[in-house]
Design a protein around this ligand. Structure first.
Ligand code: PMP
Length: 278
């Protein structure tokens, strides 16, 4: 299995890091997960653009230009034989240096990316999922896809321990996003979701949902809704690269709408699959 690094392609088992590595010691880095359908990257431009935005926001230099990144990622996929459904994980850190908080001088960033088979969770997409709410205790710069995922890890574990698939996070009573997804509420034929401010990660699937809604003249309203609004929702759903579009049937003890996946959610699932050729 070949991986891509800042030094070029190498075997997975050839990659090693000194223990003083800033991603390991500080979570000082950013990452991306890109979906591969039928052997092709999905929403590649969006993911590469976001990687560069995240890196710039925390002043980490990307070792390649955007054009090179596209070339190398394509080459990575060609060099590996993955199943038709797969995903890429890429992470970029500030590099390896003696442990000290400030940026190290004259140290180049570390990057690695690998592809791996990954099956679609058809059951969750078809049947829908239960969720729980949890206070969003994260920092104010959630638009950066940072390696610091501790609050997200704890939130997802909390969901799991409560028999739920996702934790819906709220700040000051407003739903921000999920622990690893964007969250939407449908009411009277309109789709509501938190605006793509610094408080949430602007999902690549979210961008696609916005585009699909526009095409189908489904109002897409970037307005945060409150946790209390959930009782009046007709439908809810979550989106992410790995989960795609998940109908949300339950939030804590409240059933969403009639407790079945909603009409607009189903329509968006259909449009998303058609658009991605899956
Ligand atoms: N918010 C958070 C916190 C996430 O981790 C993810 C998954 N990357 C998303 C939203 C959805 O982003 P995307 O659609 O790009 O996967």
């Amino acid at each position: 299995d070949l991986i891509l690094t800042e030094k070029g392609f190498m075997q997975q088992n050839e990659l090693s890091y000194p223990f003083e590595e800033r991603g390991l010691q500080f979570g000082d880095g950013v990452y991306e997960v890109i979906r591969i359908y039928q052997g092709n990257y999905h929403l590649l431009n969006e993911h590469v653009d976001r990687l560069f935005r995240s890196a710039e926001a925390i002043k980490i230099e990307v070792p390649f230009s955007k054009t090179e990144m596209h070339e190398y990622l394509s080459e990575l996929l060609e060099k590996n034989s993955v199943a038709k459904d797969a995903k890429l994980y890429l992470q970029l850190t500030r590099g390896s240096a003696p442990r000290s908080h400030e940026f190290p001088l004259n140290v180049s960033s570390n990057l690695y990316a690998y592809v791996k088979d990954f099956e679609r969770d058809l059951e969750s997409m078809r049947e829908g999922v239960a969720t729980v709410t949890l206070e969003d205790i994260r920092w104010e710069w959630c638009y950066i896809k940072s390696l610091n995922l501790l609050p997200n890890v704890l939130a997802k574990q909390h969901a799991k321990e409560h028999g739920a698939k996702e934790a819906i996070l709220y700040k000051e009573g407003m739903v921000t996003e999920g622990s690893s997804s964007n969250i939407y509420l449908v009411r009277d034929g309109k789709v509501y979701t938190h605006p793509a401010t610094k408080r949430i990660l602007g999902g690549c699937v979210r961008m696609k949902i916005q585009e699909l809604c526009k095409e189908k003249e489904i109002p897409f309203i970037e307005e945060a809704f409150q946790v209390e609004d959930i009782s009046y929702a007709d439908e809810m759903f979550a989106t992410s690269t790995t989960a795609e579009i998940l109908p949300i049937l339950k939030v804590d003890t409240v059933s969403v709408g009639d407790g079945e996946p909603g009409k607009i959610t189903r329509e968006l699932q259909r449009l998303y699959e058609k658009d991605a050729h899956i």
